[in-house]
Design a protein around this ligand. Structure first.
Ligand code: HAM
Length: 420
């Protein structure tokens, strides 16, 4: 029996994992700069949380959740996204009783039963931030800017922000009726998916991928006309603050997000990938009713989720080199049992002093040990044989210059510190 990894999942092996570590470090760094704190919530929650939070008629809840009942017959779901869990945690720990705003972030795996393809998997990873407790449009601007700061710090070029307002609950209800009226005469021409959404969630027809549906949708009324003065003003302010911060954006009045909780601000980070259509690398917005919906006070929120797989694809496509922090400072080559034992001590001393060092564990010939040192990208090779032991010395060879010298064994650490 040969076991295989489940469809839509993949392993991140050495060679690749360093890139992930670096990207995650840039994310954590951005959060420190903007003063967001990490929160870790469980990888599964009550199924009901996502039904309520994300919305019954969304793709996620209708067909993408990994749901199961545990041995105690609890209905649980592997988290398909991060916001609902963050809100649950915010409510459960009564964080709304503390001074606001609350600014949180998370990095971790999410699960959606989707058709796997490049940049889309069943276990994928998100970096997300959620800011609770303020209606201030400056906070929306900060959230959008944090994502852009991240892309910049990664060296990614060409990411653009598409921005819209999906209004408040009342204006969306009005708009919903208008859309149904507009689409009804075309009903038979719409894609089967759009047809099934017509009465349940007509806004989602606007971001259909089907060619004919798209064509019909292109002439649909715009939500802008139904926006309340409040929502319009909010959007204007967000734009003004973004201008002030030098964050570029384009208004896209067709932008609707796939999750039900959004109010007012909605945005996506888009990146044109070669050969493929523009890809959504992340998205987010405001969700002013969600905390209440989940059982808390009437506390507003705003945030985003960025797909790390898509960030990795973009880094690859733009050939961005990631610093490798696994490079060895030194590789120890020993000959003979006595040298081996002394070498163990050398390694221990160097490691405790903070140097990255390794050695051979297969009793290989000297030449093979040199090869291993080279493969590991070691800066120096330390050579310890019987002769060196007798003289209390160690040979040090620079892999870059191939120059070699002898150092007193007790001085090796100081010698290395000087070179570092
Ligand atoms: P979302 O648009 O569903 O929003 O997902 C955010 C990002 O996650 C997407 O733009 C994409 O990059 C990535 N993503 C989604 N599904 C997959 C997949 N199957 N494979 C790879 N990447 C994927 C949310 O999840 C919201 N919780 C974002 C948010 C936070 N809104 C407010 N706060």
């Amino acid at each position: 029996m040969a076991y295989q990894i489940p469809r839509g999942t993949y392993d991140i092996l050495p060679g690749e994992v360093e890139k992930w570590q670096w990207v995650e470090e840039q994310m954590r760094h951005a959060c420190r700069l903007f003063h967001y704190e990490e929160v870790r919530t469980p990888m599964f929650e009550q199924t009901e949380l996502y039904k309520r939070g994300v919305g019954e008629t969304t793709d996620i809840v209708e067909k993408e959740m990994y749901s199961f009942s545990d041995r105690g017959n609890r209905q649980l779901t592997l988290r398909p996204e991060g916001t609902a869990g963050m809100v649950r945690s915010f409510v459960e720990h009564k964080i709304y009783g503390q001074p606001q705003p609350t600014k949180w972030y998370y990095i971790g795996p999410m699960f959606r039963y989707e058709r796997p393809q490049a940049g889309r998997s069943r276990q994928f990873h998100q970096f997300g931030i959620e800011a609770f407790g303020s209606m201030d449009p400056a906070l929306d601007a900060e959230v959008i800017a944090l994502g852009m700061h991240l892309f910049q710090s990664l060296g990614l070029e060409g990411v653009r922000v598409e921005l819209n307002s999906v209004g408040d609950a009342e204006s969306r209800a009005r708009y919903r009726e208008k859309l149904i009226q507009y689409f009804e005469p075309y009903k038979d021409e719409l894609s089967p998916e759009a047809q099934s959404r017509l009465y349940k969630n007509p806004l989602r027809i606007l971001d259909s991928k089907d060619a004919r549906t798209k064509e019909i949708a292109s002439a649909a009324p715009s939500l802008f006309d139904d926006l309340s003065e409040d929502s319009k003003m909010h959007l204007d302010r967000v734009k003004q603050y973004l201008d002030e911060m030098g964050v570029h954006y384009v208004i896209n009045d067709r932008l609707v997000r796939g999750l039900d909780y959004y109010t007012q601000t909605a945005f996506e980070y888009m990146l044109d990938l070669k050969g493929a259509q523009a890809s959504t690398i992340g998205g987010g917005g405001r969700y002013n009713g969600l905390v209440k919906e989940i059982g808390g006070d009437d506390v507003p929120g705003v945030g985003f989720g960025i797909g790390i797989e898509r960030v990795m694809l973009a880094l690859e496509e733009q050939q961005i080199q990631v610093p490798n922090q696994n490079r060895l400072d030194g590789y120890l080559i020993t000959m003979g049992e006595q040298a081996k034992a002394a070498g163990m001590k050398v390694l221990q001393v160097l490691r405790e002093a903070g140097f990255q060092v390794d050695r051979d564990y297969l009793d290989r010939k000297m030449k093979a040990q040199f090869k291993a040192a080279d493969r590991a990208g070691a800066r120096y090779v330390f050579i310890l044989g019987e002769e060196e032991i007798a003289e209390n010395k160690i040979k040090v060879k620079s892999m870059a210059t191939q120059s070699q010298e002898e150092v007193s064994l007790s001085n090796l650490l100081d010698w290395l510190k000087e070179k570092a």
